[in-house]
Design a protein around this ligand. Structure first.
Ligand code: DGL
Length: 276
């Protein structure tokens, strides 16, 4: 059996959003080989029913496990909020989500325990953030807001300008006047508009990016299990379930560099995953 150190880290998301997590991981763990899977045939997850999101999440984990990864990162807040217990039960390898690390960081930084959370409809409807925040800090006040237009705007490359600023105002005005001191970006797409959100919310509000917090969690898990790569530089292999060209184009925005060699996973494969 191969030593864990040489095995890749597996990351999945509904599409390009998880690349914000990948970017942070590569920054702090440059020696790791990574397999990234973007389920571009079935994106967006955020508007789908919980049962559907759970099924997709299980299939994505199975795909990565079949590729012999040492850790899986569910780099999608929608999956982390809606499907975590389902994939945790099934996964035989360590699993990292993007919700818990962000909540833990938010509670460390908040002075008032008035926490704002924004995300997709499915994430906010699940109530998972509120539940986890209250489990760690029962006196916390949690204000949540679904922002369903953010993902399509980001995917359309609308990352600044009046259209974006108006949508930010529409969604976040309520949170702004409720005196939160920390706002969790509960969606892996949102780091791309973090500066606009920060500018609207003002200096009083700290913005927590789940990408960075989860990358640090991965570092701790690898170190704790003596699973870190001993290489000085690793490489990432990309898989998508559809539209590699648009993944490449958008991915460049998310990663800030060119993505080469994107593999397309055929639908028959996804059928096989669901039967296992
Ligand atoms: N990346 C997803 C998340 O973090 C948002 C995109 C989607 O709806 O699939 O929730």
């Amino acid at each position: 059996m191969k030593k864990k150190n040489v095995l890749p880290v597996g990351i999945f998301d509904s599409g390009v959003g998880g690349l914000t997590v990948l970017k942070e991981i590569v920054k702090i763990l440059p020696g790791e080989n990574i397999i990234y899977f973007g389920d571009t045939a079935r994106v967006p997850y955020g508007a789908k029913a919980p049962e559907t999101i759970r099924r997709f999440a299980v299939e994505n984990c199975d795909f990565l496990a079949q590729n012999n990864v040492k850790v899986i990162i569910a780099a999608c807040n929608t999956v982390s909020s809606v499907a975590l217990p389902y994939i945790e039960n099934r996964c035989k390898i360590p699993l990292i989500d993007v919700m818990k690390p962000a909540v833990e960081e938010a509670l460390t930084l908040s002075k008032t325990c008035n926490i704002g959370v924004i995300g997709t409809k499915a994430t906010i409807l699940s109530g998972a953030y509120e539940k986890y925040i209250k489990a760690l800090c029962p006196s916390a006040r949690v204000l949540s807001k679904a922002c369903p237009l953010f993902v399509p705007l980001i995917e359309e490359n609308i990352l600044k300008g009046s259209v974006l600023d108006n949508v930010i105002k529409l969604y976040l005005s309520g949170l702004k006047c409720r005196k939160i001191d920390v706002l969790i970006l509960g969606c892996t797409h949102y780091p791309l508009i973090k500066t606009r959100i920060k500018s609207f919310m003002g200096d009083r509000v700290r913005i927590i990016d789940s990408a960075r917090a989860s990358a640090y969690k991965l570092r701790d898990i690898l170190a704790g299990g003596n699973m870190e790569s001993r290489r000085t530089s690793g490489r990432t292999v990309f898989y998508v379930s559809d539209s590699p060209e648009s993944f490449r184009r958008m991915g460049k925005k998310f990663l800030g560099c060119e993505i080469r060699g994107i593999n397309v996973v055929k639908e028959e494969v996804s059928y096989v995953w669901s039967k296992s």
